[in-house]
Design a protein around this ligand. Structure first.
Ligand code: ATP
Ligand code: MG
Length: 421
């Protein structure tokens, strides 16, 4: 009796490997996938073999269709993976077993095809065979022909098209037989953890979640800072940011979210600086607090969702005036990108619907009707004259809650210490 097991095959891009240490790359992907799988109830394991990566279910629940689909989704959202396939692995098997099992794969593909296009009654397919084990008596074309003929005998509504088939059935002969009928696109990019660590200023808007996703796709591990001004900004506004962080964790893995209690600082700024410079001064303070938090967590850069010219505080002059207060590089992956394109990405990664919920951001609370759009550095220095900025920055760094946000839960790991006040 053949042994039939479910696996998920994950492919990595050879291009991405150029210049990088392949073993480290592979190890990091496996670790990132495993961390996410460990948040599911059933147990899975991950391993690499012959330069391909695999997920294996370790108990009955893990092997069910429901959980294999979840594992596939995790694989496809893990950066560094180019594509993934649910695979049947047949061991202690002969070619008759392969033929029998291939019909299950066809059934599965057809189910999907019928769902996609209920009116279509006839499909074409092609068997792609690969013989890794050269001692196997049939050549790859022979395997393809035999299996194709067997499938044709069993499905009157199928025919073969070797040029442009509606679907492929893949069979590989290696240490075991492997059968699959679908290749799902992965998140591509580089595995998180290979690109260093950065701190993102995460608001509840459309842009900063997309900026987070883009930096994560280059292998950067992120933690996040959110400036909260209760009661000027509501509990809902804060919850929205937590929800966004949670959506992002499907791609980034667990995120440490630092929620800075910004109310007193903001009130102080409003009282002591000219209203047309308030947004700029506030942003300068935010950057410095974020940098302080980044230092503590060993992040080496900041990330924002700014896009050139989008609002008054994102002109070249305004960005220059806020950038100058920090020493770390500030990455702005959306700087040259149109809002439409950002929205497309936000929809794709699933943050858009949450981002457009109508809760106010602290940037908009005391905003001046005519903010200076082309501030000079001297304007900012003058505006800060009556303020002890470094004191406010220290206060911001101190007055924060830290949450650990993951797919499974949101856990408070530090609460603002009242005795600090
Ligand atoms: P977003 O859609 O990301 O909110 P935005 O287009 O609304 O961006 P601004 O409000 O000017 O632009 O903010 C620019 C950037 O500053 C944001 O992308 C984000 O990185 C950061 N930022 C703004 N407000 C906050 C906040 N309350 N907490 C943390 N970061 C913030
Ligand atoms: Mg905003």
């Amino acid at each position: 009796m053949a042994k039939v097991e479910h696996r998920i095959l994950m492919r990595i891009g050879e291009v991405a490997l150029k210049g990088l240490n392949k073993r480290r790359f592979v190890r990091q992907i496996l670790e990132n996938v495993q961390v996410r799988l460990d948040q599911l109830r059933p147990k899975f394991t991950t391993y690499s073999s012959e330069s391909r990566l695999w997920i294996e279910p370790m108990d009955d629940l893990a092997g069910t269709e429901e959980y294999m689909a979840k594992a596939l989704d995790i694989a496809c959202k893990t950066f560094g993976i180019v594509s993934a396939s649910p695979v049947l692995k047949l061991s202690e098997a002969d070619f008759a077993d392969v033929k029998a099992e291939s019909l299950k794969v066809v059934d599965h593909v057809l189910e999907q095809k019928k769902e996609d296009n209920p009116r279509k009654k006839h499909w074409t397919f092609k068997v792609e065979a690969k013989r890794g084990d050269k001692s196997f008596p049939l050549t790859s074309p022979e395997i393809g022909r035999e299996l194709g003929a067997h499938i044709l005998r069993n499905y009157p509504n199928l025919s073969v098209d070797v040029h442009e088939p509606d679907f492929y059935i893949y069979v590989e002969v290696r240490d075991s037989f492997y059968l699959y009928g679908a290749i799902y696109p992965g998140a591509k990019g580089l595995p998180i953890g290979t690109g260093g660590q950065a701190t993102v200023l995460l608001s509840g808007g459309i842009d900063s979640p997309v900026a987070t996703y883009m930096m994560a796709s280059r292998g950067v591990k992120l933690n996040a800072v959110y400036f909260h001004s209760f009661p000027f900004t509501s509990e809902e506004a804060k919850q929205k940011v937590i929800d966004l962080a949670r959506i992002l964790t499907a791609y980034t893995g667990p995120i440490e979210l630092h929620i800075v209690n910004f109310t007193d600082i903001q009130v102080n700024l409003r009282q002591h600086c000219p209203s047309d410079m308030l947004t700029i001064v506030m942003r300068r303070v935010m950057m410095q607090i974020a940098e302080g938090i980044a230092h503590e967590s060993e992040a080496k850069a900041l990330v924002t969702g700014e896009s050139l010219g989008q609002v008054a505080s994102q002109t070249l002059e305004a960005i220059t005036t806020t950038n100058i207060v920090v020493d770390m590089p500030v990455f702005r992956p959306l700087i040259g990108i149109d809002k439409d394109f950002t929205v497309d990405i936000a929809r794709k990664i699933g943050t858009y619907e949450t981002s457009i919920l109508p809760y106010e951001d602290c940037c908009t609370v005391f905003v001046d009707k005519h903010p200076k759009t082309r501030p000079h550095l001297q304007d900012a220095i003058d505006a800060e004259e009556d303020l002890d900025i470094s004191d406010l920055v220290q206060e911001g760094i101190r007055r924060r809650d830290i949450l650990l946000v993951s797919q499974a839960e949101v856990r408070t790991i530090k609460e603002e210490d009242e005795s600090d006040l």
